[in-house]
Design a binder for this molecule. Structure first.
Ligand SMILES: [Zn+2]
Length: 345
């Protein structure tokens, strides 16, 4: 399918779902879909307003610096979104119709797997992936000698993976699975923790099913990254329907330590940390915006001029693509962080 047709269908479905959940007069979530919370990491009630996008409000905890949505969608609202047309259309693109994307996901997953295996000195064991999609990573893990388990909520993807990898791929969430204590050597999750509304109870359960000395691997965007600081609410990851929580190295480390883990290693990757990306965020709203915010004429003009200049001078773009991401990673301001933590003995 043509990408622009997909984008139109997606935008229409997103607006429709927004109407279901929001009261247009009050510009806030309808009473039956709303909940107010304390900080999901440290439980402090004190926070400062950060920004708003599509009537979703984001705050920062004044005690631990966690960035979270408040008020946020309650369980009923979240279920409504995951069963909506918008979610079905999103999954088409993520898992089927944009071939390039699958390729990049596979590459990243394989790189992570190699790194984890090296970190464990090639020692194998029992491996769980939470959010295993079509099972690309798990099939690599099995190839390397791990005994594999997967949890995948999307039924179509789960069935696909079961046919390929067997019945240890389950169509349920972590709390439903009720794995026995200390079962796993490694628990892996990529682009998952930002979806989890109550990270403390989630990580507590992950810790329970992990062997003492076992590892957890998490990959998520870094809200303290240069690109997120610059683009703020315009960034594609600021997506209220799916991401109630936005992590930094500090807050993720804190949540892990509260649940019996010691962080061993934090790495960064910055696919979208270039000047070109920053300028682009100034002129083009991301596809996750329900009401794309028009940019002021002057700002837009400046960004366009800079982009044109940027394209003319190859040295600049070369430096930009090659060194800016590395600098960001070096200063712990990379776009995405990958954390390995060990469960205490
Ligand atoms: Zn806090």
């Amino acid at each position: 399918m043509e990408i622009h047709i997909w984008k139109e269908r997606w935008a229409a479905a997103l607006r429709e779902q927004h109407q279901v959940l929001f009261d247009a007069k009050a510009k806030s979530l309808k009473p039956e879909f709303v909940e107010y919370i304390n900080c999901p990491v440290c439980d402090s009630p004190r926070s400062s307003f950060l920004f708003e996008k599509d009537w979703f409000r984001y705050v920062q905890c004044r005690n631990c610096s966690m960035v979270y949505m408040n008020p946020r969608m309650n369980l009923a609202a979240t279920h409504s979104f995951y069963n909506s047309n918008a979610n079905a259309i999103y999954n088409e693109a993520k898992f089927k119709e944009v071939p390039g994307e699958i390729h990049i996901d596979d590459q990243i997953n394989h790189g992570n797997m190699e790194m984890l295996d090296q970190y464990r000195n090639h020692q194998k064991g029992v491996f769980l992936e939470i959010g295993s999609a079509k099972g690309a990573l798990l099939s690599k893990a099995r190839e390397m000698g791990y005994e594999i388990y997967g949890l995948e909520l999307n039924q179509v993807n789960c069935e696909y993976a079961r046919r390929k990898l067997g019945d240890t791929i389950l169509n349920m969430d972590l709390s439903e699975a009720r794995f026995e204590a200390g079962k796993f050597d490694v628990v892996y999750m990529r682009d998952v923790i930002e979806h989890i509304a109550n990270p403390n109870s989630f990580l507590h359960e992950v810790s329970r099913i992990t062997k003492p000395g076992g590892l957890i691997f998490l990959e998520t965007h870094n809200i303290e990254s240069w690109i997120n600081r610059f683009a703020r609410e315009r960034h594609v990851v600021i997506f209220g329907f799916e991401h109630p929580n936005h992590w930094s190295p500090k807050t993720l480390g804190l949540a892990l330590s509260q649940n019996g883990y010691v962080v061993q290693k934090t790495m960064y990757a910055s696919l979208d940390c270039t000047l070109a990306d920053m300028l682009d965020y100034m002129v083009t709203p991301s596809f996750t915006a329900v009401f794309p915010q028009p940019v002021g004429r002057v700002k837009r003009l400046v960004a366009k001029r800079l982009l044109a200049m940027y394209r003319r001078f190859r040295v600049v773009s070369l430096f930009d693509r090659k060194y800016l991401p590395r600098l960001a990673n070096y200063f712990r301001k990379g776009s995405v962080m990958k954390v390995i933590a060990r469960k205490s003995d």
